[in-house]
Design a protein around this ligand. Structure first.
Ligand SMILES: NC(=O)c1ccc[n+]([C@@H]2O[C@H](COP(=O)([O-])OP(=O)(O)OC[C@H]3O[C@@H](n4cnc5c(N)ncnc54)[C@H](O)[C@@H]3O)[C@@H](O)[C@H]2O)c1
Ligand SMILES: O=C(O)C1=N[C@H](C(=O)O)CCC1
Length: 233
C-alpha cells in the first residue's frame, strides 16, 4: 500500500516504522505547510494538529483517498466530515485511540458503567496522564470514555478538573514528561473503590492500530470506527 502520512511528528514517525515493517511504502510525509499531491497515495493517515486535521481529512475525501485520522481536539467539525464523506462516497475512520488494548478498555468501561448505574453510593471520577507536549485536554480517549459512561448511566456531561454539576463526570488531566497515555476510571464509595486503568507503555500500540485500520479500509466506502475494524463490542 502507498501511504501518505499527514503529520510527521512523534506518531507519524512511529507509524512509518510499523508500516514499512508490514511491507507498505510511505509516499508522502506532510508536515505543517508542505504542499502535497494526495493522489499519489492509496490511503492517508492523519496524526497532525487539531487546527489542521479538518483540512487534511477533507482534502483526502475530496480526492477520493481513504483516510484514517487519529488527531484529537478537532471534533466540533466531525459531523461536517461525515456529511462530506457520505456525499462524495468516500472512506473515513476517526478514533481517539487506535490501540487494541484501549478499544477493549472502551467496551469494559461501558459494561462497568451499565452495572454501576443503579448503585447510588458510588462517585465516579476519571484521570488522564500524558506527556507535556500534548496540545489538548482532556485527551480524546478520556472524552470517549466519558461518552461511553454517559450513554450507559444517568451522568449527563463531563467537566475538566472540577465538578460543578451534580450529574457530571470530573476528569483530571495531568501532564508529566514522556508519559505516552494513562487513563483511569474510579467508582468510589465510603466502603470501597473500583478502578479500571489502561497504561500505554509506548506509542507502538497506537501506530499499529492505525496501520491495521488503513489496511482494513482499502476498497471500502463509508464512515467507520475501530469497533468495525477490530470486530468487537
Ligand atoms: N488516536 C490515537 O491513537 C492517538 C495516539 C497518539 C496521538 N494522537 C493524536 O495525534 C496527534 C499527533 O500527535 P503527535 O504526538 O504525533 O504530535 P506531534 O506534535 O509530534 O506531531 C504533529 C505533527 O503535525 C505537524 N503538522 C502541523 N500542521 C500540519 C499540517 N497542516 N499538516 C500536516 N502536519 C502538520 C507538526 O509539524 C508535527 O510534526 C495529536 O492530536 C494527538 O493527540 C492520537
Ligand atoms: O500523545 C497523545 O497526544 C495521545 N493522544 C490521544 C488522546 O488524546 O487520547 C491518544 C493517546 C495519546
Amino acid at each position: 500500500m502507498k501511504i501518505a502520512l499527514l503529520g510527521y511528528g512523534r506518531m507519524g514517525k512511529e507509524i512509518e516504522q510499523i508500516a514499512i515493517s508490514r511491507g507498505h511504502e510511505i509516499v508522502i510525509k506532510k508536515d505543517a505547510n508542505d504542499v502535497i499531491d494526495i493522489n499519489l497515495a492509496d490511503v492517508a493517515i492523519d496524526f497532525s494538529v487539531p487546527t489542521s486535521a479538518f483540512d487534511n481529512i477533507t482534502n483526502c475525501i475530496n480526492n477520493n483517498v481513504p483516510v484514517i485520522s487519529g488527531t484529537t481536539g478537532w471534533l466540533e467539525k466531525y459531523n461536517e466530515v461525515v456529511a462530506l464523506c457520505e456525499e462524495k462516497k468516500g472512506a473515513f475512520i476517526y478514533a481517539s485511540n487506535f490501540s487494541l488494548g484501549v478499544n477493549i478498555f472502551f467496551e469494559l468501561n461501558k459494561q462497568l458503567a451499565k452495572m454501576m448505574s443503579h448503585l447510588e453510593d458510588y462517585n465516579i471520577s476519571m484521570e488522564e496522564i500524558h506527556h507535556t507536549k500534548k496540545l489538548d485536554a482532556p485527551s480524546g480517549t478520556a472524552i470517549t470514555l466519558a461518552e461511553g459512561i454517559i450513554k450507559n448511566s444517568s451522568k449527563t456531561m463531563w467537566e475538566l478538573d472540577q465538578k460543578t454539576v451534580e450529574n457530571s463526570i470530573p476528569i483530571v488531566a495531568k501532564r508529566i514528561p514522556d508519559v505516552p497515555g494513562t487513563h483511569t476510571v474510579w467508582y468510589n464509595s465510603e466502603v470501597d473503590t473500583i478502578e479500571i486503568k489502561h497504561t500505554a507503555h509506548s506509542r507502538k500500540g497506537f501506530a499499529l492500530g492505525a496501520v491495521i485500520a488503513a489496511e482494513w479500509i482499502l476498497g471500502k466506502t463509508g464512515v467507520f470506527n475501530m469497533k468495525d475494524v477490530l470486530n468487537i463490542g
